[in-house]
Design a protein around this ligand. Sequence first.
Ligand SMILES: NC(=O)c1ccc[n+]([C@@H]2O[C@H](COP(=O)([O-])OP(=O)(O)OC[C@H]3O[C@@H](n4cnc5c(N)ncnc54)[C@H](O)[C@@H]3O)[C@@H](O)[C@H]2O)c1
Length: 387
Amino acid sequence: MQSQKPKEKSEKLPELMELFPLMEKLGKHLKQNETLNGVKIGWHCHLTQLTLLTAEALVEGGAVLFLSEVNPATTDDDAVNAIRALGAKVFVGESSPEKVLEESPQLLTDTGFVIIDKYLSMTPAERPKSVIAASEITTSGIEKLRKIKDLPLPIININGGLLKARIENYHGVGDGVVDLMRRLTGRSLSGLHSVVVGYGAVGSGVAYHLRKEGGIVNVVDSDPVRRLIAHFDGFSVNDLLTSLRNADVVVTATGQRQIIGETHWQAARDGAIFMNVGHWPEELDMNALRKLATKVDDLELKTQRFYLDGAAGSDKQKRIYVVADGNPANIVLLTGSVEPTLIHLATEALCLSYLAKHGASLGHGEHLVPYEVEQNSSILALEALRA
Ligand SMILES: NC(=O)c1ccc[n+]([C@@H]2O[C@H](COP(=O)([O-])OP(=O)(O)OC[C@H]3O[C@@H](n4cnc5c(N)ncnc54)[C@H](O)[C@@H]3O)[C@@H](O)[C@H]2O)c1
């Protein structure tokens, strides 16, 4: 099914974000500490306006940056140009992590365990000798990291820290979904029937924020432990097909692939809105949906409307809406308050500062983000919040 893509435009940050000057404070902190002076950093990340703010702080701290692209759908061309104007090298496209590795970085920081994986898949002789340590920020990346035996580097797990799980994953994504729903529908979320698939740090925050707005939330999770926790948190817990019958909105947050497939598209009600906030776009099987669709329209906010034939014997068609082609919707559309994401990016930058100082003496393998890094990040955030 062919469809015209809407003209992409860059998602701007609100001007009054100046009232939360976390990155200015971070830049001054890094400059004062001098730990990153001249340090070459290979950074695999979403290339957004928030990355630009973090890059400014890192460059003020003296870091030399080489960036690669996580997902073309989340890349903001204006942000890329502005990061380049800071003197950083930004590579885009599938081979961008390899290009970063050719620049002999000393530290790697990753989103989804891609650049570290490329480094590890080289023979020891091929690997750039310059790399001393790394960090990973996502749940999905840490899942991949843990499958590898005998890591030849110290790698800090930022995702396992308190701040990433409680502020960014829980509040940041949940708030982003609520913001996106309002912008998409122009409606109050009161009484909205939603299904959240995956009740981890991300999904539980989405469920909490949707309910805070008056929504009626159903939780689906394959793990009975998570289902029990959701039950005690006051959510109804059901299987996916049952939940879909009533769902106005379906949010996937499992970090797995093919969660919504042909039977689910068919079971969804007319007007159901689907969005994924997990790391992989394949969480929604878009190929299956395209095969079922008789017509597709492109709408604003990178959303598509698919028409599907109704139940057998019915001449009615139903409409299914999908945001951002299954890519993490809050990141693509930069929705929600920016504080949580900036706090986790500040933690990532402070982790790099820690690794520049201590990386060479850390043992190989996974390390939890040092508490002093989270404390420093919290001090800067609290100052920026004037709290
Ligand atoms: N969009 C964003 O801004 C953003 C921010 C942080 C993390 N993430 C991503 O969100 C995803 C979830 O992160 P998390 O920290 O909540 O992970 P998590 O592992 O804590 O939670 C995932 C949950 O999904 C459940 N699950 C797995 N397979 C399932 C299936 N087939 N059906 C139903 N439930 C299933 C698991 O049991 C678990 O409870 C990851 O991919 C992560 O990288 C996205």
